[in-house]
Design a protein around this ligand. Sequence first.
Ligand SMILES: [Zn+2]
Length: 259
Amino acid sequence: MSRRDDSLVLCYHAVSPTWPADLAISPQRLRAHLKYLVDHGYRGVTFGELVAGGPGRRVAITFDDGYRSVIELAQPILAELGLPGTLFVPTDWIGSERPMAWPGIEHWLGGEHQRELIPMGWDEVRRLRDAGWEIGSHTRSHPKLSQIRSERMRAELAESKATCEAELGSCTTIAYPYGDHSDAVAAAAGAAGYAAAATLPAGAPTPKPLAWPRIGIYVHDDMRSFRLKVSPRVRRARATSAWPVVAGGLRSLRRRFAR
Ligand SMILES: [Zn+2]
């Protein structure tokens, strides 16, 4: 692998100019992040393509949960920059027209931002697929897979895959809700027929096809924070004992600039 090669996987959720949730990012900020990568020679690929391997600087831009704002606000930005996206959908929620609700987002129910929680319908998901996006599973109901009984865990993996295949034709990738997984979960994902699975680790573990780390990008990630998070040098440091020093620097930068 040459020094010019890099494989980067980003994890976004919702896009909104007004929703002050951790997992929402403004369209302007999303566009600035992605343009920075394009300007630095990154080529967009889907998550499945990235895990399958290849040369050069590659980035997979993934979105979890299926918020309607992804097709309304993110897809036009990715299309303008010539980037494919990857969307991971919780199949019980898609097409329900009900606000999604699970620990981490359910406190937005009932307020002025509740409509941000409405998921896409399957026709919208198919439009993304037809625009070159990869659609993967995000389980059926969005549980922490390592913390439920193994029969239910296997059903969440297999039944969401079957639904995606019925609606979309194929489904070979998954993102574990909350990034939560274990060796048993990864083994079950492989047994269910997934070729690649995305996590959200705190550190930078060695990527494995069924436990592939992503970098989570959140509301406070301005350009300074984003450049640090995606920097190959910073990511290499995260994999070493130097990481606590770098992390301390990142935290103080964030305190200084995130206000
Ligand atoms: Zn999720």
